[in-house]
Design a protein around this ligand. Structure first.
Ligand code: F0G
Length: 463
């Protein structure tokens, strides 16, 4: 029989702590803001702090690693979830409550040899969080937060979204028997993501505003109606998202890479992954911290500017615009958490252009992996960090790909047909994309015309 959690260590009791004033609480208001100062909460585990004070390192790291490995062959739904498998590092549900799970997590780590060559590094790997059940990293956080919503008897859950949170929330609400309300910016999210939330049965409102405008409406709404907020200001979301880093380190035999590179939008994911790295180091699961770096699109770069222009002390919201619609965010909620992660891990922040994103996305596709535009900022950013000498050629590098290639097929088709930037200010720079473009051929239905295409392709390759 496999060992259970209680054979090793009882599940730690968790509490909430304000990241600004340190106020400790066991329950948050519906807006998940500290009632004293209005800042964000994070989950913490008092027992780990207590054992650290006593000179011990919290849960026994070797036993935990063994326990998590054993669960991979277990049959219980919580053990088969790539999130709840690591439940010793998560807030516990009350006895009698089961998690809402779609077997999230358990995502692959891929080698990207062509991308490595293009970035000028010896080797490169991608943790593909787009391989989750609703095809983005959001599922790892949604399984935890939606489970807490159900435990607290909410009938309605809601989020503002650029498309992936809403798709994920709608799926988990449906699985958990809850109603879901989605607020998305009208005309600014991909059809694939919008169609997901419709199919999973969400009440979907397209608001005539941007993502930041949707957040404003939602914050007001949750103060007036009994609705559970599932944006990443909800600290239970970040606890679930944290497990992607734990799973990654397990896949690397607990040997830390030198760099982990993630896209930055609302900055929940970088905060969550960083929290996991710091906790794993504190608990003795890993011996050194990887540098966690955040990449933003030039058109949606408030965090880049905060770090570069204000030393990370202040964030001035911007009007965001990028074709990587998932990260079209001008006022990121978790910027303070992300800033602390950069500081703790010695990571950095970069910004990349629209054309750099488009090329990087096609390159990730050419390794047979693929991702959505927002995920591709990681490769585009890596190239810059290599040129700057921040990342060395022979270092261990992981890109976190956050969404599946099928999330935004319109972007991909326009890219390959050559009309992604037609009539835009990027048109001239877009000439550099030609090497990656593979427009489809429309032919008469005869073998000769297909052979002509093949011959022309071979002739072009050999020149
Ligand atoms: N990549 C993808 C594919 C995303 O959907 C998002 C965020 C990010 C990166 C950025 O992550 O916000 O944690 O910094 N999407 C949110 C949404 C905002 O509503 O789906 P972040």
């Amino acid at each position: 029989m496999n060992p259970t959690a209680s054979d090793v260590t009882p599940t730690p009791a968790s509490r909430l702590r304000c990241i600004n004033c340190g106020n400790v609480a066991d329950h948050a208001e519906q807006d998940f803001r500290c009632p004293n100062c209005g800042d964000l909460f994070e989950v913490f585990y008092p027992r780990w702090d207590a054992s650290r004070r006593a000179g011990a390192s919290g849960p026994d790291s070797q036993s935990l690693k063994q326990l998590w490995r054993d669960r991979k062959t277990a049959l219980a739904p919580a053990d088969r979830s790539g999130v709840w498998r690591f439940r010793e590092l998560l807030p516990a549900l009350k006895p009698g409550y089961e998690p809402i799970t779609l077997r999230e997590g358990n995502t692959p780590l891929f080698d990207l040899p062509r991308c490595a060559r293009s970035a000028g590094v010896d080797a490169l790997q991608a943790k593909h969080q787009g391989m989750n059940p609703t095809a983005s990293f959001k599922d790892t956080g949604m399984t935890t937060a939606a489970s807490f919503a159900r435990q607290e008897n909410f009938h309605w859950v809601a989020c503002a979204s650029t498309g992936n949170t809403s798709a994920s929330m709608a799926a988990y609400a449906a699985r958990g028997g809850m109603r879901s309300l989605v607020l998305i910016p009208e005309g600014k999210i991909s059809w694939g993501k919008l169609s997901q939330s419709l199919d999973y049965g969400a009440v979907t409102c397209q608001l005539r505003t941007d993502f930041d405008g949707c957040v404003r409406v939602l914050n007001d709404l949750v103060r007036r109606k009994p609705i559970y907020l599932l944006n990443s200001v909800n600290p239970y979301r970040l606890e679930g998202q944290k497990t992607a880093a734990i799973e990654l380190l397990e896949q690397l035999s607990w040997d830390s890479p030198d760099h982990i590179i993630v896209p930055g939008g609302n900055l929940g994911n970088s905060s969550a992954l960083g929290k996991a790295l710091i906790e794993m180091k504190d608990l003795g699961l890993i011996s050194r911290l990887p540098k966690l770096s955040v990449i933003q699109a030039e058109g949606a770069n408030p965090f880049f500017r905060s770090i570069r222009e204000h030393g990370g002390k202040q964030l001035i919201p911007t009007e965001a615009d990028t074709l990587a619609t998932a990260i079209r965010i001008g006022n990121p909620a978790s910027w303070k958490k992300a800033q602390r992660v950069l500081e703790a891990t010695q990571g950095t922040v970069e910004q990349v252009s629209e054309v750099e994103i488009a090329i990087a996305k096609a390159e990730i596709g050419s390794d047979g992996v693929g991702c959505e535009p927002a995920s591709a900022v990681t490769l585009a950013g890596l190239k810059k960090l290599v040129r700057q000498g921040f990342v060395k050629k022979n270092e261990g590098i992981i890109l976190v790909l956050t969404g599946h290639v099928l999330k935004d097929p319109e972007f991909t088709l326009k890219f390959h047909r050559g009309d992604l930037f037609t009539g835009s200010v990027h048109e001239k720079e877009a000439a550099t994309m030609v090497d990656q473009q593979r427009a489809p051929f429309v032919l008469d239905a005869n073998t000769e015309s297909v052979i002509r295409v093949l011959d022309e392709f071979d002739a072009k390759k050999s020149t």
